[in-house]
Design a protein around this ligand. Structure first.
Ligand code: URP
Ligand code: ZN
Ligand code: ZN
Length: 464
């Protein structure tokens, strides 16, 4: 019978801000009210949170831990990745499985990812399925996978396992019939392949040509196409991951205005970093090779506006850490060979707070909505997660809104040899992370143990 009382905090959820105490019993929220008395409870822990904001713990619905591309392995696993998440104020992640061998079953990927996570994850986690090919067996398997709590899957319009438009319609229809949602990496493969070879054939090998091979048109065309395909699939729910361009956003806005079930996610890297990073000296541009690539700066304001206007609903990180040493070894002579991905799970909350709330681009409530409540709703975790309600899991982040810090690789827990946000000054930092009533991180120190995170069997999405 464990009890925790957090006193004197300012509680912030996606719609309100108020002063109250909060009582946690056996990992869930038992009571929220003014002046909860501590007298009648045994095994009582009390935290005085005066001056702090208490918000639902962050939910990062887009990570890639243990990613194996076949030629490169990402450096964070479910232990290091979730420790980093916890220290940054995130209490739930939903990981995107990587591709397996051609022709493999969906269940084989699910089994492998359970193995990766069990005994390692320190925060609660869910999994998104991955579609590599479509046939009758896969369509049948989708039924049991969704029933077992994987109510979202990712479909790629580029990379090695890029799928055709007819497969997209089949997958969208099937997910709709099962009550799930399809996450789509929208980049136009053939345009990109043509441009990559075109630039390389002219002797252009450096990191900036990664961006020049994937101009905004390549995202916008794919976003537009997948929206039209979802429309053909009887308005199937569609979640566009890592949206990076104004051009793509315009298609999403139009679809939403027409009443289509289209949701968009963006990531801190597209809000805060830009194409110029590819021109850094000493091959440092390789650090930013990600897909879609960093964009021309003008896109950033448009994406912030999209968040403010609720056209973009969530902030994921697409955390996919490859060491700079590995990027250098593989990509120095040929941008096409550099592993794609960047870390970000640890800095997401403070970057979004600082650049969003402290710089007055978004409200506090919007911050909670995009970093926690909306991902919980869309991915079938609400109101267990993403909410400060009686009965919800006691997953909290306590933020000091005035604390200043400078992001630097040496203070982060991500298992990678750099951060793309080196030198970013932030105002507003997580000072304590609580998962199911347990303090798991305090002042940038992880305080719990491997394997405490639980697998989350997810419900059907709530379309926001
Ligand atoms: O560059 C990226 N984004 N790597 C991770 C895989 C993906 O496409 O999300
Ligand atoms: Zn992707
Ligand atoms: Zn991704």
């Amino acid at each position: 019978m464990s009890h925790l009382i957090i006193k004197n905090a300012t509680l912030v959820d996606s719609s309100s801000i108020y002063e109250a105490d909060i009582l946690v019993h056996n990992g869930t929220i038992k009571c929220i009210s003014k002046d909860i008395t501590d007298k009648k409870y045994e095994n009582m822990q009390i935290i005085d949170a005066k001056g702090l904001l208490l918000m639902p713990g962050g939910i990062d619905a887009h990570t890639h831990f243990n990613l194996d591309t076949g030629v490169a392995k990402s450096s964070d696993d479910f232990y290091t990745g979730t420790v980093a998440a916890a220290c940054g104020g995130t209490t739930t992640i939903i990981d995107h499985m990587g591709f397996g061998k051609a022709g493999c079953s969906l269940q084989s990927r699910v089994d492998l990812y359970h193995e990766y996570a069990e005994g390692k994850a320190v925060i609660d986690y869910g999994l998104h399925g991955v579609i590599q090919h479509i046939d009758d067996n896969i369509l049948k398997e989708m039924e049991s996978i969704v029933l077992n709590g994987i109510t979202s899957m990712k479909f790629y319009m580029t990379y090695g396992f890029m799928l055709s438009d007819s497969y997209a319609i089949k997958t969208l229809s099937k997910m709709k019939s099962l009550g799930g949602i399809l996450c789509v990496h929208a980049e136009s493969n053939d345009m990109i392949e043509h441009l990559k070879d075109f630039h390389f054939s002219k002797g252009n090998r450096s990191a900036i040509y990664h961006a020049y091979s994937r101009p905004d048109t390549t995202e916008a065309e794919a976003v537009h196409r997948i929206i039209e395909l979802a429309k053909l699939a009887d308005n199937a729910p569609l979640y566009i991951v890592h949206l990076s361009t104004h051009k793509g956003l315009k298609h999403i806005e139009k679809a939403q205005n027409e009443g289509l079930n289209v949701i968009a996610e963006t990531c801190p890297q597209y809000l805060l970093l830009d194409e110029e990073y590819y021109n850094k000296e000493n091959y440092e541009g390789l650090k930013y090779i990600i897909s879609p690539p960093l964009r021309e700066k003008y896109n950033q304001d448009k994406l912030w506006l999209g968040i403010k206007n609720s056209k973009i609903s969530t902030i994921g990180t697409d955390h996919c850490s490859f060491n700079f040493s590995q990027k250098l070894e593989m990509g120095k002579e040929d941008f096409r060979k550099c592993p794609n991905g960047i870390a970000g799970v640890e800095s997401r909350m403070s970057l979004m707070f600082s650049e969003g709330v402290s710089k007055k681009r978004i409200t506090l409530n919007k911050f909670v909505e995009i970093t926690s409540t909306n991902p919980a709703k869309i991915f079938g975790l609400y109101p267990k997660k993403g909410s400060l309600s009686i009965g919800s899991d006691a997953d909290f982040v306590l933020f000091d809104p005035n604390k200043k810090d400078t992001i630097t690789h040496k203070n982060l827990h991500e298992n990678v040899d750099y951060t793309g946000y080196e030198g970013f000054e932030v105002k507003g930092c997580p000072v304590m992370t609580i998962s199911r009533g347990e303090i798991i991180a305090e002042n940038n120190n992880f305080t719990s143990k491997a394997g405490r995170g639980k697998y989350l069997k997810r419900d059907k999405p709530i379309m926001i």
